[in-house]
Design a protein. Structure first.
Length: 169
């Protein structure tokens, strides 16, 4: 699946990102961060993305193109469920340019990831969504997604991550 992948929407194709897409991926990340009111938190650079995505292969990216123009992306990676005993796909980011929304492109991208999860024998496809993002919440629910309300996400970053890591000797 490395070339263009036709979809049921005329003019819309998906493809796996290549190293030459690094600047485009960073721009999509910034557009998403702007939408989520978190642009000041983006510290990713082209160099970091190139290393993480194409050298270390820590995650994968699909690009959505409409009539040959990039209009969206999804960045994802494998995780693992001990309860299922299977890998899963974790969707870190799904973004379609605002002017292209409502045409079914996000649905096709999510459907593609579900198909990919099945092809890779994954037990689940999951992601997070901001509590205030009602349009996305409604979209995901319409696709059959169920919120995991009984779980709370915890995160350790920056100096706290460093301090925690230094406790192990």
């Amino acid at each position: 699946m490395n070339g263009l992948i036709d979809t049921e929407l005329d003019g819309f194709k998906l493809r796996f990102a290549q190293e030459g897409d690094t600047a485009l991926i960073l721009e999509f990340i910034k557009e998403l961060a702007r939408y989520e009111k978190m642009l000041d938190m983006v510290v990713a650079t082209e160099e970091l993305l190139k290393d993480s995505l194409f050298e270390k292969k820590a995650a994968e990216v699909i690009i959505g193109e409409y009539n040959g123009e990039p209009v969206g992306f999804a960045l994802f990676f494998h995780n693992f469920s001990t309860f299922l005993g299977q890998a899963g796909i974790y969707l870190e980011d799904l973004f379609v340019k605002p002017e292209m929304r409502g045409r079914g492109m996000g649905k096709l991208m999510l459907s593609f990831l579900a198909r990919l999860a099945l092809e890779r024998n994954c037990g689940r496809l999951e992601w997070w969504v901001l509590d205030w993002n009602e349009p996305s919440i409604n979209f995901y629910k319409s696709m059959g997604a169920v919120p995991m309300d009984e779980w709370t996400v915890y995160r350790v970053t920056g100096n706290n991550l460093k301090a925690l890591g230094e406790k192990f000797r």
